[in-house]
Design a protein around this ligand. Structure first.
Ligand code: SF4
Length: 229
């Protein structure tokens, strides 16, 4: 990945979205559970489901040992409760089996790669969720690649169209280096841009501040020029 080009794009996005510097989103287990809850739903529903879960079952041990139907009822507002409830319980039980508690403080002392591998060894936890915990909670220089980030990075031509989310993650982390704030801002800016402008089905290229840096835009312009010739 071209680090200079990535920096130019990151600076352009930051001028528009003005994402503030990193701040911790909370303890790592809360972030892990919230990230599972956030799958296939909105931020508002995620927050609602998380608050409801904490109100119904205030201790992580309560969540791990409760009947799954009770956990599912508590997180109903987040959608897919019958899938997410057993997943959350399996994660919590595994953490307790491995660590003897529900604390994940040891992750702060591991390298980012080792910490990500440890988290990704938990049931149903992939590299994106692991990177969310490392970046948002622990302030480690990890780069989560969700569907928006993955799409925008490849359309821009910063990574090949065939690049997997893990490949994009590794390439961005190498290009940016251990700059937590830069990774945090880039991640959030790309999500905002992907939701508002570089949408999956109908990207608003005419309104896009990145069009002059974008390979997909150049391709579309060339195709339309050929079409009208
Ligand atoms: S120019 Fe179009 S394809 Fe490129 S980043 Fe902007 S919206 Fe996405």
């Amino acid at each position: 990945m071209d680090a200079d080009r990535l920096r130019l794009i990151a600076d352009t996005l930051q001028r528009v979205y003005r994402t503030p510097r990193w701040r911790s989103h909370g303890d790592p287990v809360s972030e892990l559970v919230a990230t599972v809850l956030s799958q296939h739903t909105t931020d508002v529903n995620t927050e609602r489901a998380f608050a409801s879960l904490r109100a119904c079952l205030p201790e992580w041990n309560d969540v791990a040992t409760a009947p799954t139907s009770l956990v599912a009822a508590a997180i109903k507002s987040g959608g897919l409760a019958n899938i997410k409830a057993p997943r959350i319980q399996a994660i919590l039980r595994r953490i307790h089996d491995l660590r003897g508690s529900y604390a994940l403080d040891h992750l702060a002392t591991l390298g980012v790669g080792d910490a990500r591998r440890w988290l990704a060894s938990l049931p149903g936890v992939g590299p994106k969720t692991a990177s969310c915990v490392l970046l948002f909670s622990l302030g480690r220089p990890a780069f989560p690649v969700d569907t928006h980030v993955h799409r925008v990075i490849r359309r821009l031509g910063l990574a090949p169209a065939s690049a997997s989310p893990e490949l994009v993650q590794d390439a961005v982390e190498r290009a940016v280096g251990p700059d937590r704030d830069a990774l945090y801002r880039l991640h959030l800016d790309l999500i905002r841009h992907g939701r508002a402008v570089c949408r999956a089905l109908h990207p608003r290229c005419e309104a896009c501040i990145l069009s002059e840096h974008c390979e997909e835009y150049a391709r579309r312009r060339e195709a339309s020029a050929i079409g009208t010739a």
